[in-house]
Structure formats: C-alpha cells, structure tokens
Design a protein around this ligand. Structure first.
Ligand SMILES: [Zn+2]
Ligand SMILES: [Zn+2]
Length: 170
C-alpha cells in the first residue's frame, strides 16, 4: 500500500521507479527498524545481488531529496550515522535510549498539538518537524541503579572502584 502511494508520488515528480529504487523503497517502507545506508545496502544485496553500494547511496540521496524518505540522526547515538524512514508514516517522535541505543516511536495527539501551538505562537508555517527525545529506557534505568549502588558500596568500604587488570601472561 505504502509503496504504491510512493510510486504515485514519484510518477508525479517524473522519476522513474527502477527495480533497484523499488527494492530500496520497499525495504525502507517495510522495516520496523530505522536502518542506516550500510544496512540497507546489505539487505538490498540479498534481493538483488547485482545492486552495488554506489547505487544504494545515490538512491537514498534521491529519495531524501524528493522528500519521500526522511533522514534521522537519532541523537547521534552511534556517531555520525544516519537512518532512514518513509515520510508516509504518521508523524511520530523518536525516543532513544542513550545507553543501549534502543529506539521507540511515540505517536499521538501531543505532537500535532505542539505543531499547532508553534504555528499560532510564532505565526510560523511548519513544513516538517522532527522530534527526538534522549534518555534511559526502563531496562537501562534498572541497570544504572545497580551500577550506582555497587559503586557507592565500593566507595563506602574504602575500596576504589574495582579495576579489572588484564590477565598476566607467563
Ligand atoms: Zn536502554
Ligand atoms: Zn520512526
């Protein structure tokens, strides 16, 4: 469904949907994850062994420029990498765990409400909005609490934080 809509948008813009472009759009549309260019290249390669890296990168750039695909940096959790998703999805915020890198999507009225508020307060016409939230997921909060507790205990008993020495070779 989404791919068909995308195909229509491409046709309107006079862009031919080649087999390789279709493979990429399809991958970006259907994945539940946010994939980077290298991951997309690897998945595309499985579908079409003749596809090459240059084509994949060029196609992603084209899809981005035509506004069909959105480029995300997800709080730069893993450096300068960028991730892709189609614009056809309903607007959502990305919630990124800065410890384990898990990405959640938050959908809902508050985002639309924020948009309307910004528009009316600033007299601004919003064309696109990207919302990213960074923090700790519930799993990582528990792990961090344990770590802090262990560190506090170690400090209280007069020991320095345990430093593991590499095993000595004989
Ligand atoms: Zn986490
Ligand atoms: Zn997303």
């Amino acid at each position: 469904m989404a791919v068909n809509t995308t195909r229509g948008s491409l046709r309107e813009r006079g862009i031919r949907l080649t087999r390789q472009r279709q493979i990429l759009l399809d991958l970006i549309d259907k994945t539940r994850d946010h994939l980077d260019a290298e991951q997309l290249y690897k998945l595309a390669k499985v579908r079409d062994s003749k596809i090459n890296r240059v084509t994949v990168y060029r196609t992603i750039k084209m899809l981005k420029e035509t506004g069909l695909v959105d480029e995300l940096d997800l709080m730069h959790y893993s450096g300068d990498q960028h991730y892709y998703e189609t614009r056809l999805k309903q607007e959502h915020a990305h919630v990124i765990c800065l410890r384990c890198g898990r990405v959640e999507e938050f959908f809902g009225d508050p985002l639309q409400k924020l948009r309307r508020q910004i528009e009316s307060h600033l007299g601004f016409q919003i064309l696109l909005a990207r919302t990213e939230v960074g923090g700790y997921c519930s799993h990582c909060q528990a792990l961090r609490a344990q770590e802090i507790q262990a560190a506090t205990k170690a400090a209280e008993s007069g020991r320095a934080a345990p430093v593991k020495e590499p095993p000595r070779r004989r």
